[in-house]
Design a protein around this ligand. Structure first.
Ligand SMILES: [Cu+2]
Length: 223
């Protein structure tokens, strides 16, 4: 039989461990989360969340892929660390012409079918809007991030964060329907032990990809 004194000591010990959990967010696994929803409270998957905090780890750059199948880009949203490369393989039996005129990366992969062009290097942070010059409805986004932590929300509109240093940290959230320019971010802050909910005011319908202007068309033909 457990004595009252032992039970009391056990209670004290578990209270001490709980207190330890609360005061050491730097060293223990965190369940800090950011939840992103629309203004009606519906969870938003595929939103990109960035958290900025002091860190020394180097970036894990790599080659990613956005492939084309059934005249659509897959995935539709890709988040990569700055200095990553992305290849654009075509899995369709028709040709595609992938391009972007975004400030973060302007490029043009002229009509191709089976021979995937060399990967494109994304060396500037920002949102790159992709289109296809043949299929106007095709659209995708590459979010190039220089934040120490970035992730995309899951089906529940959530992102789990690593253990954050104590204090307030800058947070940015992007969603393709946040603003017509598709370049606007929601900005805020999160504390190391906080659960943050971000409701976004979205525009009603997705904007079709930017078409080549007559001037851009002439520029393209001249190069
Ligand atoms: Cu296409």
């Amino acid at each position: 039989m457990v004595s009252l004194k032992h039970a009391y000591r056990a209670l004290l010990c578990s209270a001490a461990s709980l207190a330890l959990l609360n005061i050491s967010p730097d060293t223990l696994a965190s369940d800090t989360r950011i939840s992103v929803s629309d203004s009606h409270g519906e969870p938003l998957p595929n939103a990109v969340v960035e958290v900025y905090f002091p860190h020394s780890a180097s970036r894990d750059t790599r080659v990613e892929h956005i492939y084309q199948r059934n005249a659509a880009f897959h995935p539709e949203v890709l988040a990569v660390p700055v200095d990553s490369q992305v290849a654009f393989p075509n899995e369709d039996t028709t040709r595609h012409h992938v391009f972007s005129f975004s400030d973060a990366k302007t490029f043009d992969l002229n009509l191709y079918l089976n021979e995937t062009p060399p990967p494109v290097h994304f060396d500037t942070p920002g949102v790159v809007v992709l289109g296809c010059n043949i299929h106007d409805h095709m659209q995708a986004f590459i979010v190039v991030s220089n934040a120490p932590f970035y992730a995309m929300t899951d089906d529940r509109g959530q992102v789990s964060l690593p253990s954050l240093p104590s204090g307030q940290h800058r947070v940015r959230v992007w969603h393709q329907r946040l603003h017509d320019s598709q370049q606007r971010w929601w900005e805020g802050e999160i504390a190391s032990d906080e659960q943050l909910s971000v409701p976004l005011e979205l525009r009603a319908t997705p904007k079709p990809p930017e078409k080549l202007s007559p001037l851009q068309q002439r520029f393209k033909e001249a190069t």
